[in-house]
Design a protein around this ligand. Sequence first.
Ligand code: DLZ
Length: 157
Amino acid sequence: MATADHSLSQYDHTKVPNGKNFRIALVVSEWNEVVTNALFQGAKNTLTHHNVSENNIERIKVPGSFELIYGAQRAQQMNFDAIIAIGCVIQGETRHFEFISNAVAQGIKDLNLNGKAPVVFCVLTDDTIKQSKARSGGDKGNKGVEAAVTALKMIGL
Ligand code: DLZ
């Protein structure tokens, strides 16, 4: 599961469905915005590269990663074909990190089981901002790219 030797931006383009006519919502947390903006940009560029129209990509802002669950659920009710939940939780001095990370992972899992559109987990859970920057357009690639490819594949299932 480690990304140490793996770039999050590398994938086989021939295995990605054509995104023409797909409608995709990107729910983006404002916490650690320098990272979540870069993840958003990576996802958006990848979606348009695979023919998703800019008009069919909607950015929905939420205050923090904890709110991604509610934001993604609202997006599921708005008839998008897929939702990408974008956040960045960084380890601090308290146990807050674990509560938020676990809640978001469980909440998004529940939305995938019960909702009508797939919700892709594009949430970085790192020890340091440096690690997050490396995974949002740095030397480990961009998890937003990986999330966009996943969304297209899930719609095409
Ligand atoms: C409160 C908090 C903290 C300490 N750290 C983060 C973080 O690293 N990443 C993130 O996305 N959000 C953080 N938050 C905010 C919570 O996600 C949430 O917005 C608040 O607890 C309000 O519900």
